[in-house]
Write a protein that binds this ligand. Structure first.
Ligand SMILES: Nc1ncnc2c1ncn2[C@@H]1O[C@H](COP(=O)(O)OP(=O)(O)OP(=O)(O)O)[C@@H](O)[C@H]1O
Length: 302
C-alpha cells in the first residue's frame, strides 16, 4: 500500500486554481520529489498532504489517515519542514528541540539527533546565531524529532552554498536509509537528480509527468552531446555514418556531435579504430533541466 496517496486533489485560492486534479502515490522508503516552476502549486500540494490546508476536492491519504480529519494522529507520524521555520530568535537550539520533542508521544533522543545532524556543538547557541546551513539542519532535525515514518521537506537547500547543499543531501539520504519515506519539494534539478527515486513534475497546478529523474530526462528530448578536438582529421560523413549520431557541428578545431544515448561509446570506438584521440573531451547527458523546460514550456506560453 502506498504511504502517500493523492487523488484528484483540487485547491483554489479565490478565483485562482492553485492545484488542479493532482494525483500521485508515494511508496514506502522512497524519496519522492515534487518539482515545478515558481507558483506551480508544489507548496499547496504538500500543505494539503501535511494537513495544513483543507482541499476543495479530491482525496489525500497519508499512512491511511486523512490529513485533516486525523490531523493529531498524522502529526505523530509525519514530520514537516516548512519553507519558513519561524522560530523565536532567542531560544537555544537545545531548547527548541526539547520544546518540539514534547509534542510527540515517542520523540527521538534529542542529543543523539543533534549529534547526527552535526548540531551538537551548537546546542547552547541561540537560533538567531546559526548560519543558513545550520538553520536548515535544525529545520530537518525538528522534522525528525517525533521519530516520523514520513518526512516532508520543502525547499530544503534554497539559499545554501554548494558545500552546505551537498551536506544536506547526504543527510536526506541517511534519513531515507533509516527507513523514513521522504517527500521533497524542490526546483533544483540537480537536487532531484541526486536524491529522488521518482519525481512528479507539476506545472500550473497540474501533474505533467511522474517518472524517475532518468525517465523524465529522456522525455526532454533524450540523448547525449559530445565535444572534442580530434588528434587527426575525421570527416563529418564518417561520424554521420554511425546510426547513433544525429548531428555534427564544427567550431574551429572542435567537433560537437549529438545523438542517441549510446553516442559516446559509438564515437569513441570509431575514433579508436582510426587511432585518433579525442582531446578536450566533454560529454553532456540530456538532463532533467531539458525535460523541465520541454514539459513545462506549454504553461509558459499561455
Ligand atoms: N495563501 C494564498 N492565498 C492566495 N494565493 C496563494 C496562496 N498561497 C499560494 N497562492 C498562489 O497559488 C499558486 C501556487 O502557489 P504555491 O506556493 O503552491 O506554488 P509553488 O509551486 O510552491 O511555488 P514556489 O516554487 O514559488 O514556492 C501561486 O499562484 C500562488 O501565488
Amino acid at each position: 500500500m502506498p504511504v502517500i496517496e493523492v487523488e484528484r486533489l483540487h485547491k483554489r485560492y479565490g478565483e485562482l486554481t492553485a492545484v488542479d486534479e493532482v494525483s500521485f502515490a508515494v511508496e514506502q522508503g522512497e524519496i519522492f520529489g515534487i518539482l515545478g516552476p515558481n507558483g506551480a502549486g508544489k507548496t499547496t500540494t504538500v500543505e494539503c498532504i501535511s494537513g495544513l490546508r483543507t482541499p476543495d476536492a479530491g482525496s489525500v491519504r497519508v499512512l491511511g489517515l486523512d490529513p485533516v480529519a486525523d490531523r493529531d494522529e498524522l502529526h505523530q507520524s509525519v514530520g514537516v519542514q516548512l519553507q519558513e521555520a519561524g522560530l523565536p530568535d532567542k531560544l537555544q537550539v537545545r531548547e527548541v528541540m526539547d520544546l518540539f520533542a514534547s509534542f510527540y508521544r515517542d520523540p527521538a533522543d534529542v542529543a543523539a539527533l543533534l549529534r547526527r545532524l552535526g548540531l551538537h556543538e551548537k546546542s547552547r547557541d541561540r537560533y538567531k546565531k546559526l548560519s543558513g546551513g545550520q538553520k536548515q539542519r535544525l529545520a530537518i532535525a525538528l522534522a525528525l524529532v517525533g521519530n516520523p515514518r514520513v518526512v516532508v521537506l520543502d525547499e530544503l537547500t534554497t539559499g545554501l552554498d554548494p558545500h552546505a547543499r551537498r551536506e544536506t543531501w547526504e543527510l536526506v539520504e541517511q534519513v531515507r536509509e533509516s527507513g523514513v519515506t521522504v517527500l521533497l519539494v524542490t526546483h533544483f534539478m540537480e537536487e532531484a537528480e541526486r536524491l529522488c527515486d521518482r519525481v512528479a513534475l507539476i506545472d500550473r497546478g497540474r501533474v505533467v509527468a511522474v517518472d524517475t529523474p532518468e525517465g523524465l530526462a529522456a522525455r526532454g528530448g533524450g540523448g547525449q552531446r559530445m565535444r572534442f578536438r580530434p588528434s587527426a582529421p575525421i570527416e563529418d560523413a564518417d561520424l554521420l555514418a554511425l546510426p547513433e549520431v544525429a548531428t555534427v557541428v564544427r567550431r574551429g578545431t572542435q567537433i560537437e556531435v549529438t545523438g542517441a544515448d549510446e553516442l559516446v561509446s559509438a564515437v569513441t570506438a570509431l575514433l579508436a579504430r582510426r587511432q585518433i584521440t579525442a582531446g578536450s573531451l566533454r560529454i553532456e547527458q540530456s538532463s532533467l533541466d531539458d525535460a523541465f523546460i520541454h514539459l513545462t514550456e506549454h504553461g509558459k506560453e499561455n
